[in-house]
Design a protein around this ligand. Structure first.
Ligand code: C2E
Ligand code: MG
Ligand code: MG
Ligand code: MG
Length: 280
């Protein structure tokens, strides 16, 4: 870019860029020890059945408490971890922690775990998952594994096979962040998934009439394919009712709850059940 600008329009050397690269390298190095050092933990965000106003499960979300930098968000460190095998260690930690939590939640409460692209394509994933389910004594049907559209589309044939293998175990599968990537409806038809998670960016348009029409169309299509839809990032009552009227099955968002610690999630379930019994 500096050259293109010509001699007298040369772009000055950027310390900001160097800092960003330097910081990434530093985080990558720190990440290698993070799981072993106990710096990672998992939080749980309720998944709510919109028609019955009931928590049916939780999405497990990883958190990294860096000893010097404090909380580093997964949107920052997951992509860095993805560049090395560190993501596999993080992924196994989250799966194991979430299944231990699922055993504690009990009942038919579902726990949903995000899979990285590397985990998805790693041979032996289904065996690993089956082993951890047995270890924690959790029914396969109570586990859902989420893959993003971009990870699934990166190697569609492999993704189909792996997702099919997970489903054969009785585990549910979800396509995450639908609408942010390729969003091709043909991919949707060809991927063995049970749940479609509609990205928050769709909900941001839902207050406009055309936004509701688009969402209703997606929900209808999903239903025709036998999929359950989850609307991500519901922050207001207005969006909640629009999403419900569009026919979405489940919702997730700050309106219902922020991601909770395991103890707070157990308490949330208890409150949710009590409230249901007194209003039923
Ligand atoms: P995601 O899987 O789409 O997770 C939903 C994200 O939306 C979470 O951000 C959640 O806290 C946030 N969210 C939920 N409700 C609302 C809302 O009402 N408003 C807004 N603005 N945001 C809301 P989080 O926890 O920061 O995670 C970001 C992304 O990092 C996740 O997006 C997922 O792609 C990735 N991630 C998180 N945990 C893991 C993990 O254990 N493994 C992998 N591979 N990726 C993970
Ligand atoms: Mg997710
Ligand atoms: Mg998502
Ligand atoms: Mg999302």
């Amino acid at each position: 870019a500096a050259k293109q600008g010509g001699r007298d329009r040369a772009v000055p050397f950027s310390h900001a860029l160097l800092d960003a690269a330097h910081e990434r390298a530093e985080l990558a190095a720190d990440l290698r020890y993070a799981v072993g050092a106990g710096e990672m933990h998992v939080v749980y965000q309720p998944l709510v059945d919109l028609a019955r106003d009931r928590t049916v499960g939780f999405e497990a979300l990883v958190r990294w408490q860096h000893p010097q930098r404090g909380n580093v968000p997964p949107a920052v460190f997951v992509p860095i971890a993805e560049e090395s095998e560190t993501i596999l260690e993080v992924g196994e930690f989250v799966l194991d922690t979430a299944l231990a939590a699922a055993a504690r939640f009990g009942g038919d409460v579902e726990v949903s775990v995000n899979l990285s692209g590397q985990q998805l394509l790693r041979p032996g994933l289904a065996d690993l998952v089956a082993g951890r389910l047995r270890h924690h004594g959790v029914e396969p049907s109570r586990l859902c594994l989420e893959v993003t559209e971009s990870a699934a589309v990166a190697d569609l044939a492999a993704a189909r096979e792996v997702l099919g293998g997970l489903r054969a175990l009785g585990v549910r599968t979800a396509l995450d962040d639908f609408g942010t990537g390729y969003s091709s409806l043909s991919y949707l038809r060809r991927l063995p998934v049970d749940i479609l998670k509609v990205d928050k960016s769709f909900l941001d348009d839902v207050a406009e009439e055309s936004g509701v029409a688009v969402l209703s169309g997606i929900v209808e299509l999903a239903r025709a394919l036998g999929l359950v839809t989850v609307a991500e990032g519901i922050e207001t009552d207005q969006v909640r009712s629009l999403v419900a009227s569009a026919g979405c099955t489940w919702g997730q968002g700050y309106l219902f709850a922020r991601p909770l610690t395991e103890d707070a999630a157990v308490e949330h379930l208890r409150q949710n059940e009590r409230w249901r019994r007194t209003t039923a």
